[in-house]
Design a protein around this ligand. Structure first.
Ligand SMILES: Nc1ncnc2c1ncn2[C@@H]1O[C@H](COP(=O)(O)OP(=O)(O)OP(=O)(O)O)[C@@H](O)[C@H]1O
Ligand SMILES: [Mg+2]
Length: 666
């Protein structure tokens, strides 16, 4: 019986394989070669044995390796373990562990991928999420061929779907790494070598994944280049491209320029970029420095971020863009698009390589061209992802005609920046140097308490060529930021705007408070931060009051010295409802919770104030208190079509109010 069923299966299998375009001879040959075993001698102090069929190898986790950390990346199919390897003197390594397929399941996966490649119908609409579409198709085809795949459990199907997705839609052997949000970089230095990863917690460590076959690695790189819309071959052995999802790929093909075999490195792109608040939270810069830069960016000062490789220049530049006035017109100019902002008035330009052969530059549009074109858009800010060459010259000319500039520059000191700017091919002349108003130096640096982190080490104002004023300095002994000198740019701003310097200083302090308020209230998601900043540009007083930067009820004379007149939330006198009922603070907070609970939707503060008949400004201290007590949390609500800050109950808040209401009834 069983034999008959098997025979039937075999027939269906054969039928399916007819659809394949594979050459049977090659397959046969492969099977013969399979017998030959090769040995990879001594890696991590172990001997690795593999056959020619193993194109990629996952070094297994040995019992003597000590696991120090583990987490799911795709539960329950793929897990990551961080383990220390005694043979490497305790060095940590990154282990990818995926569910294993039985030989039968493996066969199904291979077949299914073949079938899908041949049979899949193009999606009906463009909008349909391609990934979901392919999965749906996979399920449909699975159903269709279910008979052929008889004997597989639901669990097996799930595993199969996981592998189909991983190999057909994902990045195959490195898919888990691509999905692991803890990884920043993935690099492969050739075959028979561990792929290295840059882990947010454990930094640069080897992984248990290695490519074994030169051919497979070459094919893999061709595929990567392909999905990035680029071409790589012996004639064009280098590729620098952007993968779907914004990941940056640099790769070399074959042994042409990398004698140890093809290589690649992927800088992973964060879907949600770091907000300025997140950077402050992790100590990359302090609230005052951020507030100072905020004011400077509002006044179209030029800021250049400098630092070494992977210092965090682009990340900081992107986060600083949070501060740009929503009405400002931005033009960004990049080689590979990395800038990722929520700004309406934004033109994104990306350079194009030549499509001609050899030395010809046919069709090339470089950064220089783009900066020239960008002027036609009348931008308030021209943002060049990274200054590298002759585009510097036009950028400085643009800055000389009143456009704000923002950019990054790969250099480890201000002197180097100036020297390189002034030499070929940038050729920026001496009088232009102070147009670069502010230079921010960021580096990955050792911390006093051990470990490394990214820190803004110095902020300079460029008064003139050779005259650089240190404004902020990071102290490596205390991990604190120190204000070193008075700002020259504030004097300049004061003259330009007619605002007294002390007012400008107060303004920075007010903004510092708004930043601290966002930190306290955990408003750190880039969209939420943008909303507050947008609101600030529209209703500065309101946001300042909300953040406690200025008194909620100003006295008749506006304060002139400093902003130390901040009213502590506790002291705010709540104007009670016209019914003249006086509530205690606890009562008001309880009523707020009750209201949100009964309305069943998140509410913004104005609605809460209206419903409870309390002065809208007075409500803030209570909202802050409830937030601190973790009884409510921030969310987004829409008012008149515009997203604004709203509040909803936390689990704890809900539990408490339900208990309270029950208690009341009893
Ligand atoms: N302040 C930070 N805190 C945590 N991670 C950061 C920070 N800044 C950058 N990173 C991470 O470090 C990596 C490198 O950052 P980024 O691309 O900004 O560096 P870069 O200096 O522009 O590098 P390159 O020299 O390649 O242009 C990214 O994965 C990014 O997510
Ligand atoms: Mg960069």
């Amino acid at each position: 019986m069983a034999n008959k069923a098997e025979e039937k299966d075999e027939k269906i299998w054969n039928k399916i394989s007819l659809k394949k375009k594979k050459m049977p001879e090659k397959v046969k040959k492969k099977e013969e070669e399979l017998v030959i075993k090769r040995k990879l001698i001594e890696y991590w102090g172990i001997e690795i044995e593999y056959t020619d069929e193993d194109v990629v190898y996952f070094i297994p986790l040995k019992p003597e390796y000590k696991v120090v950390d583990e987490y799911w990346v795709v539960e329950p199919f793929a897990k990551v373990k961080i383990a220390s390897i005694p043979q490497l003197g305790g060095q940590l390594a990154y282990f990818v562990e995926e569910v294993q397929l039985t030989p039968q399941e493996k066969k199904v996966v291979e077949k299914l991928i073949d079938i899908l490649s041949v049979e899949m119908k193009p999606p009906a609409t463009i909008e349909e999420d391609v990934k979901n579409y392919v999965l749906k198709e996979a399920r449909r085809l699975l159903d269709k061929y279910k008979k052929a795949f008889r004997g597989l459990t639901e669990e097996s199907w799930d595993k199969i779907i996981y592998y189909v997705e991983r190999d057909l839609l994902g990045y195959g052997p490195i898919n888990v790494m691509m999905l692991d949000p803890m990884l920043e970089d993935i690099s492969c230095n050739g075959v028979e070598k561990s792929i290295y990863v840059w882990h947010r917690k454990y930094e640069s460590i080897p992984s248990n994944v290695m490519f074994l076959s030169h051919d497979y690695l070459r094919e893999f790189i061709v595929k990567l280049a392909h999905v990035a819309g680029k071409h790589v071959s012996t004639a064009f052995p280098v590729v620098d491209a952007r993968l779907p999802g914004g990941h940056r790929l640099a790769a070399t093909y074959g042994e042409e320029i990398s004698p140890r075999g093809s290589t690649f490195t992927i800088r992973k792109f964060r879907e949600k970029p770091f907000s300025i608040i997140e950077l402050i939270e992790s100590g990359t810069l302090d609230p005052w420095t951020a507030a100072y830069l905020w004011l400077m960016l509002e006044h179209r000062m030029t800021v250049i971020v400098i630092g070494g490789t992977a210092a965090g220049k682009t990340t900081l530049l992107n986060a600083l863009l949070n501060f740009i006035k929503p009405s400002y017109k931005l033009v960004t100019i990049e080689e590979t698009p990395e800038i990722n902002i929520e700004h309406e008035n934004w033109v994104q330009l990306v350079s194009r390589e030549s499509y001609g052969l050899g030395e010809t530059k046919t069709g090339e549009i470089d950064l220089y061209e783009l900066v020239r074109i960008s002027l036609r858009y009348r931008p308030d800010y021209i943002i060049v992802g990274e200054i590298r060459g002759r585009e510097a010259f036009v950028l400085f000319q643009a800055m000389a005609t009143g456009h704000g500039g923002l950019s990054t520059f790969h250099a480890d000191s201000l002197e180097n920046v100036v020297r390189r700017l002034m030499s070929s091919p940038m050729n920026v002349s001496e009088p232009y140097i102070p147009l670069m108003n502010i230079v921010v130096h960021i580096e990955r640096t050792p911390l006093p308490g051990g470990g490394f982190a990214r820190r803004v080490k110095t902020v300079w104002e460029i008064k003139d060529f050779g005259e650089y004023i240190e404004i902020i300095k990071w102290n490596p002994l205390t991990d604190k930021y120190e204000r070193v000198n008075d700002s020259y740019l504030l004097t300049l701003l004061s003259l330009r705007t007619g605002t007294p310097i002390h007012k400008l200083k107060e303004e920075i302090e007010d903004r510092e408070k708004i930043i601290k308020w966002m930190l306290e209230n955990k408003i750190r998601d880039v969209s939420d931060v943008s909303k507050i900043i947008t609101k600030f540009y529209m209703f500065p007083e309101e946001v300042k009051k909300m953040a406690g930067a200025i008194p909620v009820y100003p006295t008749k004379t506006t304060p002139t010295v400093g902003t130390k007149t901040t009213v502590k939330p506790k002291k705010i006198k709540v104007v009670a409802a016209p019914t003249k009922v006086e509530y205690t603070e606890d009562e008001i907070q309880k009523r707020i919770l009750e209201l949100i609970y009964q309305e069943e939707v998140p509410l913004d503060y104005k609605t809460i104030a209206k419903r409870l008949n309390i002065d809208p400004l007075g409500i803030w201290s209570h909202i802050r208190e409830l937030n601190k007590k973790k009884l409510i949390k921030n969310t987004v609500v829409y008012s008149g079509g515009a997203p604004i800050l709203g509040f909803e109950l936390t689990e704890e808040g809900r539990r408490l109010i339900e208990k309270e209401l029950k208690g009341g009834k009893e």
